[in-house]
Structures are given as structure tokens and as C-alpha cells.
Design a protein around this ligand. Structure first.
Ligand SMILES: Cc1cc2nc3c(=O)[nH]c(=O)nc-3n(C[C@H](O)[C@H](O)[C@H](O)COP(=O)(O)O)c2cc1C
Length: 252
């Protein structure tokens, strides 16, 4: 027979076990938290070029128009001027998509929300006409607000071909490419992971498009593309990472 003291001890033990278990569950999605900080690591055995060429971006301190004006003015823009995009503008666009805004208990939170803070998304820039930056494909590193060179070269023509001949993929000053690494989120969210990935891509894309308006730039979200053709231009290991959305951006 249970006496009241042993029953209250059992209840206390049960409460402690529940708290510990809840803590464990909460920590699961945060396990890979800083991955994009140090995280464009060569987890997939990627090229040494990425480690060698790192471009620090100017601090993202731009203050532009108010949100309501940006919302009012946003339109898909597919024609751009010949003026080069500045490195500051590119940095601000990348920051709006995936920049680190706050560190809480050692955890880096970003401009765009992420399911369970799993951060499965990556942001690449295919640079075509940016002041002082050699053309090529770069990976954005949120933690250091920097770019890592993936491959130098002109990617406008293959990007246009991969996007069913849409010419602004070639004429844009930079094309931001949003990809996802599903395994970062699937441990936690299983079958819902791909839904969350598409939702996160929407958050990131809208941040970038509104930021472009505020900077006086133009951009358009592009969903019509051949996945495999875009993937082959990126340092993607088949089945591990995939292209979700592209955003050509340019000066007006
Ligand atoms: C998921 C999605 C995919 C899109 N794909 C393309 C595309 O491949 N090419 C393009 O020129 N515009 C694309 N757009 C832009 C739409 O054509 C555009 O948002 C729509 O015409 C409304 O115009 P607005 O953006 O100026 O408001 C896409 C928009 C969304 C939301």
C-alpha cells in the first residue's frame, strides 16, 4: 500500500522525468543550430575553394523606407539598369533573407523564422554584376555575414537555360538561390518537413523582395526551373540538398 509520503515522492520523480524529457525534446531541433554559422563546412566533402575565398560583407546597417511603403510598392521587376549592384546592397539582401539578428543562450536566430529553429535553408548568390566581386557562385554564411566562393565564372546563360529561357536570370546583377537540406529538419518533423521547407522559402523570399524595394532595387521570384539543371550549378550532393526558389535582382 502506498503511504502519502512515498506517493508524493513518486509524483516528484515523475515531474522531474517529464521536465528532463521535455528539455531533451526541445534540444533536438536545435542540435544543428549553428551549422550555417560555421556550417557551410564541407560536410558533403565540398571543394577547398570554398574554404579559401571568403568575402566579408559590409555590415547590414541600411535603413530604408517603412514596411507599409515597401508592401505598397512591391512588384515583380524583370528589367534592370546597367548600374552595378554594390557589395553593400548584395550584403543587405542576403542579410534580409538569412542574417543573424540575435543570439539567445548561444543560439543564433535569423531574420526569417524557421520551424523549431532547425534552419534547413541555404542561400547562394550567383553574381553577375556586383561592384568589386568576381562573377561566380557564392554561398552566404549567416554567422560571419560573409560569402564563400564556390566557383568563379559567368553563370547567367546556364541559369537562364535552367529556368526555361527566362532572360532576367541572365540580365540580373545577382540571382539569389534558396536551397534546402531536408535532413536538417526531417529528424524532427518527418513527413511535414517538405511543407515546412516550402514555407520557409516563402518567408526568406518575401524578406528579400521587400528589402529590394527598400533599397530601390527590383526583383522577381522564380519558381519555373528545372531542378536538376540548377542543382548541377551548385555544390550540391544529389539527394542531400535541393534548389527551392530563385530570385533575380538588379538595379533600376
Ligand atoms: C511561387 C511563385 C513562382 C513564380 N515563378 C515565376 C517565374 O518563374 N517567372 C516569373 O517571371 N515570375 C514568377 N513569379 C512571379 C509572379 O508572376 C508574380 O508574382 C505575379 O505575376 C504577380 O505580380 P507581382 O509580383 O508584381 O505582384 C512567381 C511567383 C510565385 C509566388
Amino acid at each position: 500500500m502506498n503511504n502519502p509520503t512515498s506517493s508524493s515522492r513518486q509524483t516528484s520523480r515523475l515531474k522531474i522525468a517529464m521536465v528532463l524529457f521535455a528539455g531533451f525534446l526541445i534540444s533536438l531541433p536545435l542540435a544543428g543550430f549553428a551549422r550555417d554559422g560555421q556550417g557551410e563546412s564541407d560536410k558533403y566533402g565540398r571543394t577547398s575553394v570554398m574554404e579559401e575565398t571568403i568575402i566579408s560583407l559590409p555590415e547590414a546597417t541600411f535603413r530604408g523606407i517603412i514596411l507599409e511603403e515597401a508592401l505598397q510598392q512591391r512588384r515583380s521587376v524583370r528589367k534592370y539598369s546597367s548600374r552595378e549592384m554594390t557589395l553593400s546592397e548584395l550584403g543587405q539582401l542576403l542579410f534580409s533573407g538569412q542574417g543573424v539578428t540575435e543570439t539567445i543562450h548561444g543560439r543564433q536566430l535569423r531574420t526569417a523564422p524557421s520551424a523549431g529553429a532547425t534552419y534547413p535553408m541555404r542561400l547562394y548568390a550567383a553574381v553577375n554584376n556586383v561592384e568589386g566581386l568576381p562573377n561566380g557562385i557564392y554561398l552566404y554564411a549567416p554567422a560571419s555575414h560573409s560569402l564563400k566562393l564556390v566557383e568563379q565564372g559567368d553563370f547567367g546563360t546556364p541559369l537562364m537555360a535552367a529556368c526555361l529561357g527566362q532572360e532576367y536570370l541572365k540580365t540580373a546583377d545577382a540571382v539569389l538561390i534558396i536551397t534546402a537540406i531536408p535532413e536538417r529538419i526531417s529528424h524532427t518533423y518527418g513527413d511535414r518537413s517538405m511543407f515546412y521547407i516550402y514555407m520557409e522559402a516563402g518567408h526568406i523570399a518575401q524578406n528579400i523582395l521587400l528589402q529590394a524595394v527598400s533599397l530601390g532595387l527590383g526583383g522577381v521570384p522564380v519558381g519555373a526551373f528545372q531542378d536538376r539543371k540548377v542543382n548541377t550549378l551548385l555544390p550540391i550532393e544529389a539527394g542531400k540538398e535541393q534548389t527551392i526558389y530563385l530570385i533575380p535582382l538588379g538595379t533600376l
